[in-house]
Write a protein that binds this ligand. Structure first.
Ligand code: ATP
Ligand code: MG
Length: 566
């Protein structure tokens, strides 16, 4: 994979569509859909599908893409999820315009289609118990057996199906099955269930229905009803394609979309399943669906990811036919690249060490000019106050430095960024612990702004804040959520939760930030000089008590990986 691809690569799906347009296969139309089941929040894998489907529509003249909630399973679906999904799709920058649909909009139509199958002798009501059904189904090696109910008459089937709808039966008493082939090597074709009884209220249709269509039946028909031309889905549906086509072939439909499968996104050190993400939420492994460690779009947004960075990432990973694992470093590369360009720079100290400038007058302060961006003057500049007592990063001082440590140490001169050169003169230690608690320095007034008039060189430039002016903030440092590359695979008797990284969150409560940043809006994204990219937390940050999330460090591990691969 090439991190600095400039022209967006095409992919096999776009090639298929271009050919279909040429041959006028769908009357020159391109219509796609993004069909989430509203049973959780969207994750970065969904972003790949969203970018692909909406992207294809946008690239083609008069192309359309709709958002369809696949809400056929009322026991797992919630309105909260629907709202969150809509928000996330919009946030990514896509618009379904007036094409917001629900599979439940078609329940009556789907019922009529099912009745049509029965009338054509292509579906029957089966009354085997779930256990019996499993037995009759056979295995990959052995073909299945016909259900004893397979040859019920059309009249009996229609009557039973209608009574299923009326609620005369308990759950599991009957199902409606497609009549295909119990000996098919494809298990999906062994008379799959297409309707089941569920005495559960639906968040949109209330108690009107107590039978609900199965995914395979509802999906192809919803696609057809909406006039979808290319029904793009992930590889696990490849074996369902014969069923998709079979159902549409049996029925008198105007539109028979083409199902095309692509490889789902797998991202290292992350999980990519709503069901598993829900386990993390429900068992309090995280604060919620929008916990900044989560691979959900809500979590990534709260962490500080931009929509552009996610779209660029999806473009870079491409669309393939074979499953693979994408290195999370590539995702981090994408956000760094975007924020490097856009994020204003600020000063903040995460682990403060007091520095007293002995020759700087007490009760004096001055404003120093700091550009918001080192190579974009259009972003302007801001003022940061300087005074006698400052904070620098604890890590930036060593009393007894090893050879390659060039930062502050006794007797050594360094630059404070946009301020002055300072020289360390004396160290104050805690009497009991021996820990350095304060460093005394002198400054050279002639180096104002950070330049020496005599061309004197220093080997380090440190970030700093003025103690009297700084605002105390909480900063949350995030690391990868799992410490196994593919946590979903498990290992022996271990499941994904066993691989949670116990150090995925470090909370620092005594950070000192420049005063100009304290009132920034929730969600404001910026760089702390020398530390990384951060954003104001959109939930917990409050006036006077800023809470800041680290989005990503400055270190670019992807560049190193890419170099090694070359
Ligand atoms: P999950 O297991 O997370 O619920 P799903 O496939 O069941 O995933 P849906 O809500 O049915 O979730 O997905 C909506 C669309 O997003 C589908 O077309 C699906 O193929 C696609 N999708 C889901 N996960 C990924 C992924 N990891 N990479 C690419 N596309 C995905
Ligand atoms: Mg699902």
């Amino acid at each position: 994979m090439n991190a600095d691809t400039t022209s967006p690569p095409s992919n096999f799906i776009k090639t298929i569509i271009a050919e279909d347009l040429k041959s006028n296969k769908h009357n020159g139309r391109v219509a796609t859909r993004f069909p989430p089941e509203p049973n959780g929040y969207l994750h970065i894998g969904h972003a790949k599908s969203i970018c692909l489907n909406f992207g294809i529509a946008a690239e083609n003249k008069d192309g359309t893409c709709c958002l369809r909630f696949d809400d056929t399973n009322p026991s797992k679906e919630e309105v909260e999820y629907m709202e969150a999904i809509k928000h996330d799709v919009r946030w990514l920058g896509f618009d379904w315009a007036d094409r917001l649909h629900h599979a439940s909009d078609y329940f009556e139509q789907l019922y009529q289609y099912a009745a049509e199958l029965i009338k054509n002798g292509k579906a029957y009501v089966c009354s085997l118990s779930p256990e019996e059904t499993r037995e009759y189904r056979g295995t990959l090696q052995e073909s299945g057996k016909d259900s004893p109910y397979r040859n019920r008459s059309v009249e009996e089937n229609l009557d039973l199906f209608e009574r299923m709808r009326k609620g005369e039966f308990e759950e599991g008493a009957h199902v409606l099955r497609a009549k295909i082939d119990m000996a098919s090597p494809n298990m999906n074709m062994r008379d799959p269930a297409i309707y089941r009884i569920k005495h559960v209220e639906h968040n949109r249709t209330g108690d009107i229905w107590c039978i609900y269509p199965m995914y395979d039946f509802a999906h192809c028909l919803s696609d057809s009803i909406e006039g979808i031309t290319h029904s793009i889905c992930t590889l696990e549906f490849e074996d369902h394609r014969p069923l998709y086509d079979w159902i549409l072939d049996q029925l008198d439909v105007d539109c028979h979309p083409q199902q095309i499968e692509f490889a789902r996104l797998n991202l290292s050190y992350t999980i990519m399943s709503k069901r598993k993400l829900q386990v993390l939420v429900e068992n309090d492994h995280v604060e919620g669906w929008d916990d900044p460690r989560m691979s959900t779009l809500a979590g990534m947004r709260r962490r500080g990811y931009t929509p552009d960075s996610i779209r660029n990432f999806c473009e870079r990973i491409g669309v393939a036919k074979r499953d693979s694992m994408v290195d999370i470093a590539l995702l981090e590369y994408s956000i760094r690249e975007d924020l490097n360009e856009k994020a204003p720079r600020h000063m903040g100290v995460l682990r403060p060490l007091r520095v007293v400038i002995d020759n700087y007058p007490e009760n004096q302060a001055e404003d120093l000019e700091a550009p918001f961006h080192p190579n974009n003057p259009d972003m302007g500049s801001h003022k940061i106050p300087f005074s006698r007592i400052l904070y620098i990063e604890k890590d930036d001082f060593m009393e007894d430095p090893p050879k390659k440590f060039f930062r502050l140490a006794p007797g050594r001169e360094v630059r404070l960024r946009y301020a002055y050169f300072i020289t360390c003169r004396q160290v104050v230690k805690d009497e009991k612990t021996g820990e350095v608690i304060e460093v005394h320095c002198t400054y050279d007034p002639l180096t104002r702004g950070g330049d020496s008039p005599d061309g004197r060189k220093v080997k380090a430039t440190l970030h700093w804040v003025s103690a009297a002016h700084a605002v105390t903030a909480e900063v949350r440092l995030y690391d990868r959520q799992f410490n196994k590359e593919s946590p979903e695979e498990g290992e022996g008797s271990s499941t994904f939760t066993d691989f949670l990284n116990p150090d995925s969150l470090e909370t620092l409560t005594d950070c000192k930030i420049e005063p100009g940043l304290a009132g920034a809006d929730p969600g404001y994204r910026f760089q702390f000089e020398r530390l990384g990219y951060f954003c104001m937390d959109s939930i917990d940050s409050a006036a006077g008590r800023p809470v800041i999330n680290r989005t990503v460090t400055l270190r670019d591990s992807w560049a190193k990986i890419a170099k090694k691969r070359k």
